[in-house]
Design a protein around this ligand. Structure first.
Ligand code: HEM
Length: 149
């Protein structure tokens, strides 16, 4: 093999080796989020709700604030997930509608949680409780009625 041919083979080998991690990285980006992650975020919301209700009752504002922040993070992550029930919707248009509705419902939950946070940072415990009862609790029920298996 002459020098030119060796160089060509070498270049091809380097290019092939370099493309392997690129290919696997793009496959990882495209993979759908596993359902178990959504369940975990829901469990965080569940634990947060229980703690938040107690903290609001006892007017423990700092504790309530920490919990509401954790719930906001979980709602934010859950919003980007895919419910198991979406797998039952076969028509593409129906599926798009289902996923949009799901996302909007979690945006509603995030807004409710932001209202709870806003009241808490102002030291308004009663307002925080009102926001939780009116804008967080009912959104859970509505979300589950439509999007949970
Ligand atoms: C404070 C509000 C919420 C709480 C406390 C809550 C709590 C939970 C809990 C405990 C589960 C069962 C998780 C498991 O199986 O381990 C669950 C599942 C689920 N929740 Fe929620 N949830 C809330 C809001 C919502 C909202 C707003 C939606 C929809 C927009 C929603 C959609 C779902 C779905 C789709 C599942 C089934 C998981 C899956 O399909 O992978 N949740 N939730």
């Amino acid at each position: 093999m002459n020098v030119r041919a060796s160089l060509t083979v070498f270049t091809l080998l380097v290019a092939a080796a370099a493309s392997v991690p690129l290919l696997s990285a793009s496959a990882a980006v495209q993979a759908p989020a596993p359902a178990v992650e959504l369940e975990e975020h829901m469990q965080t919301l569940q634990a947060g709700s229980k703690g938040l209700e107690k903290a609001l009752e006892k007017k423990e504002l700092e504790k309530a604030l920490g919990l509401v922040i954790e719930m906001q993070k979980a709602a934010h992550e859950a919003k980007l997930g895919t419910p198991v029930k979406a797998g039952e919707v076969t028509d593409a248009k129906d599926k798009a509608k289902f996923m949009t509705g799901y996302r909007l419902k979690l945006i509603e939950l995030e807004r409710g949680l932001l209202d709870v946070e806003a009241a808490l940072v102002e030291g308004k415990a009663d307002e925080a409780k009102k926001a939780y009862d009116a804008k967080v609790k009912p959104v859970k029920k509505a979300g589950h009625d439509t999007y949970k298996d």
